[in-house]
Structures are given as C-alpha cells and as structure tokens.
Ligand binder design. Structure first.
Ligand code: ADP
Ligand code: MG
Length: 675
C-alpha cells in the first residue's frame, strides 16, 4: 500500500459502516462512488415531518404527506392471478386513507397491521380518501428518530433495491463523519451572505427550515459556477499568454472595392462591429469574438469584411456553416462577392469531399470558381464548408481567421478542435440565436461579444399570426393570393417521419402532394434533411430562381437561407417547435422590401400552446423570445445535444441564476488576478 491516502471525500463509499458490495453497486447506479458524491446527492424533495396533514382535512386532488397506523391490508387478484391490487388502510385518528398499488402484489410483504407509516401522494378520490401508488415509509421501532422523524426529511432519488430510509440514514452518518472534512473551495473569497460549503451540504440534506434548502442550493450552485468560470477564464488567459495574434488587420485593398460594389451601405451597427473586429485582428492576441445579431441583421456581410481583412493580410480564411445547404449558399454568395476581387473561394463539405468527381455539376462549379495558380502557390483563399472542415486530413495552411456561422450547432470542444488546426488563428463566431445572458456567460464566457443591434433600413416588416388548424383553408387562400402577386412562400412541417402521422404530425412528403393541388397552378417544391445533397441543391436553386413558388420543408431551412422574394411562411404544428427555433424560421422572411407574413398554425387548441405562440406574435425581439424560451423549456434545448465541454450542473440553474453566474464571473476573475 505505497499509495498516499486519499483525501477524505475521495474515499469510496464502502468506508462507511453498512456499505458492502451490493449496496455499493446500487449506489454506483446513482453515480455515487465516493463520499463526496454521496454528500452531493441532491434530494428530490423534502417532507416536513414536523406537521402532518390530518386525513380528514384532505381535499381531492391534494398532494400531501400523512402519517397513520395500518388498520387493515389485503391483496385482490383476478384474471387468473395476472392482475392484482394491494390495498392498505391507514388511520391517523381523524380519518382513514386507502393506499392502492396496482399489479405490484409483492407490496403486501412490506407492511403489517399496526405499522406506523408515512404516505406521500396525491388524493385521487375522497370517497373514501384514496392514494394510488403513494411513496411510503414504515417507521421502525427504536429507529433514530432524529434522522427520519420530527424534522424536514430529505427524499432522495433511488434505484431498485435501495430503501429511502437506508439512504437517508447513510447520508446522515456520512455527514456526521465527514462534514468537518469539507473544505472551503475558495478560502481567499469572502462570501459573508452564504453558509460555508460544509454548512451548505448539511442544510441541503437536513435543513432546519424549508427556506434553508434554497440557501444551500445557492451556495453549491455558486461553487459550480465559480469552477466553470475559472475554467473558462483560465483557458482564455492561457491562450493570451501562449499565442500572439496573427497580423490580420488588412489594408483595405480588397475591402474598398467590395463595399463599393455591394449595392447597399453598411448599417451603423455593422460599421461599429467591424471596427471592433479590425482592432482584434490587428491586436496582440488571437481574436475570440462572438458576433450576435438577430436574423436578417446582416452578419454575413460583416463576416465577409472580416474575411477580407485576413485575406488582404495574406492569410487563408475558413468559414464553417452547420449544414451543407448553408455552406453552399455561403459558397455562392462569397464566390459572387469575391470573384471580382480575384479571391479564390473553395467549397469543402462532407459529401463533396468524398465524391467530388461524382458531383459533376458542382465540381465543375468548383473548378471554375477556383481561380488562380496551382494549389502550392495559391493566393489567399476562402474555404467554405461544414463540419467536414474539422475532419483530420484536411489541413489549412496559413489559416488566419476562422468564422463559424450559427454557433449554437457547434460544441465548445468542436470550437477548440478547429482552432488547433492552425496556429491560433483568429476566431469569429456568429449566432442569430440570441443567447440569454446566463447561457452566454457560461457557454461563451471566453469570447468577447459584439452585437449588431440594428436591422438594415427599408426592410418589410414581418406580421405574425397564430391560427388553429381549422383556419387552414383561409390560410391557403391567403398564400395563393401572395403567390399570384409574384411572392414566394415557405411551408414548414416539424418532421419527415411517417410514424409520427399517428400522433397527428403531418408528413411533408405526403403534404406536398396535397399542397400541389391546393396551390395549383403555382409550383411547389419539397426540401427535407433526408434528401441527397445534390437533390437539395437543385430544389434550392429552383426556389432561388423563382421557378418554384412555394417550398414545403422541414426545419432544414431554419438557419441562414436567404431568398428575399419569399415573404410568406406557414408553419404547421407550430407548437412542436421551440420559440427560438420558430423565431429563426421566421427570420427567413422579411428580408426584402415587401411586407412579410408568418402564420403559425397550432394543431392543438390548448391555451398553453396558444400562449407560447402568442409571444412570437407580440414581439420580433430575439432576446425577449430567447429568454421566454429558456424559461419555458430549460437550457437543454438551447445547449443542444452536441454541446460537450460543459459539465452537468447539479445545483446551478441556467434559466434562473443570472445573478449567481455574474457573481461567479467576478469572483473567478478575482481569484485569477490574485492567484
Ligand atoms: P443574417 O444576420 O441573418 O445572417 P444576412 O447577412 O443573411 O443576415 O443578411 C440578410 C440580408 O440583408 C441579405 O440579403 C443581405 O445582403 C442584406 N443586407 C445585409 N446588410 C445590409 C445593409 N446594410 N443594407 C441593406 N441590406 C443588407
Ligand atoms: Mg446568416
């Protein structure tokens, strides 16, 4: 045993009395391996066992904890014993409560007449008072009453075979033995308004008052946020210590003719943001900047200008989009913009990379659009692609700037990966998803933020309406009218799968046939994520050229697609989307001078669905919508499944803890400055 002894909280749970192999296996299923894990096992709820509700006072529908004595119990079976109900009758002197368990015959082994029992559940009926499948605990004679009784008792998430009371007693013992070993993680910080971490843990499990649990949560959440902010700020500090910024400020040689040929003047916000970017690109450290701007605010042009600065400076630039459709749209736009300037633009997407030859149409396009001499001494080039730009084997020499469009589809670790390709190129991350501040500070805390808070002038407005499915005939009349006037429309469905039809979700593949009839003689195209890339390209090209009047699509059109003549969007089953996503979708219209119309069709008539969608009818302010979405759906949606590099928060709540996140940010900076 030459190993140094483990720190107390890192010791395995088996050092605790009563924890053998089997219990340890059960605890491991709850991800509890060490004493520290056990102390952080967060109660699911608390039960105030100082005061119980009298059974006679309960109302139907109440959720309540009661305490009583078992006066009768019995098991009934039928259908040859395959079905059963076990019923337990508790009396607390005021009345009798019937507890029922359906098809769990073994429950009868747990109770005996005369037992003292806690039951927690919802009263499904009053005649007689009945709870189905309540949570129960039998009070055992001679038991530590201080742990389970006459107090606010924690109720933990469990796993099969692990009794609530056993776990509660274990946590109690672990606290008694190890609470004094819980160190203050940041002794240099004064947190006078909060308990110590050790106290916080105690209050988390065995609070004196219910209000203590929130104070405890805040302390533990703050610790989580400080750890996160430290990691974020350290990463940034390391980068600045290690890496010098490549000189990418440019000399306006390409920028001047580019702006002159653009056909519009940059907005004040675009100009301001570009000044910030230029200062970064010419600065001593690699740029790490998040560019936020609502849909349609003109981020692409800003990206183009940033790219030109790096290109003018003799560096290559990589531009990454989340989908092939978008990468191709960027490729087309940037080719059109940069060709006249003599800047080569190359497309690199997943499907193009592997079957570049087979994709004859595009490879021809590629060949013709890659102007300039042989690859070896190619002039500074803009590479446009998707995630494929990340895959090994594709190395970008002289990479000066990486632009990531629509960041929320990329994870933090992917961001890091890309940057490792070059020698610390500058990084510009663009997002149209307004990020609520808590998330921004957490996910992008290592980035400086620039905001384009102004839409180009002369934009048509987007009017948004919420309708139910029975109004669809009128909606199609309206769409036909707009198409007849020369406008184009998107019609969006949430899913492609057949299987969802049963659930009332319409399948685009079938819907498009109906709409071809409904909207005749206007031509209707179909676009969904399962189509081959070449097929998608062809459809998008037709729509862009106004040879298709309407495009029936899944949410593949969510981000970035830009067809200014498309002024109508109908979103069916709109309640199936998140608000932020609907806002993104809506951003596809209102990009030209004509007024635009977004019609959200809700299949369900539920008031909640309606209320949620009304937020969109009321505002086009992406930030307000994002905040509402975060509150309604939690951070998971905004983080996306791909968002790695973000440890799970046990106590912190990204939807509600802005003050704590901001405090943690300041405290972490303080720690780094002094440490
Ligand atoms: P997003 O911020 O959603 O990516 P885009 O960059 O796609 O927005 O811009 C939306 C549309 O507005 C494009 O057609 C673009 O050419 C146009 N645009 C961008 N900036 C301006 C401007 N300053 N004045 C007029 N139109 C602009
Ligand atoms: Mg865009």
């Amino acid at each position: 045993m030459p190993n140094a002894p483990l720190p107390p909280l890192d010791q395995p749970v088996t050092v605790l009395r009563g924890v053998g192999g089997e219990r340890a296996t059960q605890l491991a299923r709850l991800d509890i391996h060490t004493i520290g894990d056990l102390l952080l096992h967060r109660p699911r709820r608390y039960e105030d066992r100082r005061h119980f509700r009298a059974i006679a006072d309960l109302h139907a529908g109440d959720t309540a904890a009661v305490r009583g004595t078992v006066v009768a119990q019995g098991l009934k079976r039928w259908k040859h014993g395959t079905r059963s109900v076990f019923e337990l009758i508790l009396s607390d002197g005021s009345g009798r409560l019937h507890c029922r368990w359906w098809n769990l015959p073994f429950m009868e082994n747990y109770f005996a007449v005369g037992n003292d029992v806690f039951a927690y559940g919802r009263l499904v009926s009053l005649k007689p008072p009945t709870m189905d499948h309540p949570e129960t605990e039998v009070v055992e004679a001679g038991e530590e009453s201080s742990v389970h009784l006459n107090r606010i008792a924690p109720v933990y998430p469990l796993t099969e075979g692990l009794p609530q009371r056993w776990l509660r007693a274990l946590v109690w013992r672990a606290l008694a033995q190890f609470e004094s070993a819980v160190a203050e993680p940041w002794p240099a910080l004064a947190l006078p308004d909060l308990p110590t971490r050790a106290n916080g843990l105690h209050m988390l499990h065995f609070p004196e008052e219910i209000a203590d649990t929130e104070i405890a949560r805040q302390r533990l959440a703050l610790d989580e946020f400080i750890a996160l902010q430290l990691a974020i700020q350290r990463r940034r500090k390391n980068l600045e210590a290690r890496a010098h910024g490549l000189p990418c400020g440019g000399d306006n040689r390409l920028m001047k003719p580019f702006l002159a040929g653009l056909g519009f003047k940059l907005t004040g916000a675009q100009t301001r943001v570009l000044r910030e970017i230029r200062a970064d690109l010419a600065g001593p450290h690699p740029m790490r900047r998040l560019l936020q701007g609502d849909v349609g605010s003109g981020k692409t042009v800003v990206a183009a200008c940033a790219a030109l600065m790096a290109l003018e400076s003799g560096f290559n630039v990589a531009l990454m989009a989340p989908t092939e459709i978008l990468a191709e749209q960027h490729f087309r736009n940037f080719s059109r913009w940069f060709q006249p300037l003599g800047v080569p633009v190359e497309l690199r997407t997943g499907s193009r990379k592997t079957d570049v030859e087979a994709q004859s149409e595009l490879s021809v396009q590629r060949q013709t659009r890659v102007a300039g001499p042989a690859p070896n001494h190619q002039p500074s080039t803009l590479f446009v692609g998707t995630h494929a730009l990340l895959t090994a084997g594709f190395d970008l020499p002289r990479l000066g700037l990486v632009v990531i469009d629509e960041q929320h589809k990329f994870g933090v670790s992917q961001r890091e990966q890309l940057v490792r390709k070059g020698r610390y190129p500058h990084l510009l991350v663009m997002t149209a998803t307004p990020i609520p501040r808590t998330l921004g500070l957490t996910l992008y805390g290592d980035l400086d933020v620039a905001v384009i808070d102004e839409l180009p002038a002369g934009r048509g407005r987007v009017k948004t309406f919420v309708r139910t499915a029975d109004a669809l005939p009128k909606v199609w009349d309206f769409v036909r009218e707009k198409l007849a006037a020369g406008r184009q429309a998107y019609i969006v469905y949430p899913r492609v799968e057949e299987g969802d039809l049963a659930a009332g979700v319409k399948a685009v593949v079938q819907e498009v046939e109906r709409l071809r009839v409904t909207l005749a003689p206007h031509r209707v195209g179909l676009l969904h994520g399962r189509m081959a890339a070449a097929e998608k390209d062809a459809v998008m090209a037709e729509f862009r050229a106004n040879r298709l009047s309407a495009l029936v699509a899944t949410s593949v059109i969510e981000v970035g697609v830009d067809v200014p003549n498309a002024t109508v969007m109908v979103i069916e089953n709109a309640e199936g989307f998140g608000l932020a996503q609907l806002h993104q979708l809506r951003g596809r219209i209102g990009r030209g001078a004509h007024d635009a119309f977004c019609i959200l069709v809700a299949a369900a008539k539920t008031p909640e669905a309606r209320e949620r969608l009304d937020v969109l009818a009321e505002t086009t302010d992406g930030f307000r919508i994002a905040e509402a979405d975060l509150k309604l759906r939690g951070p998971g949606e905004l983080l996306g499944q791909e968002q790695s590099g973000m440890p799970p928060l046990r106590f912190g709540d990204l939807a509600g803890d802005l003050a704590l996140v901001e405090r943690a940010r300041t405290l972490a900076a303080q720690l780094l400055a002094t440490g």
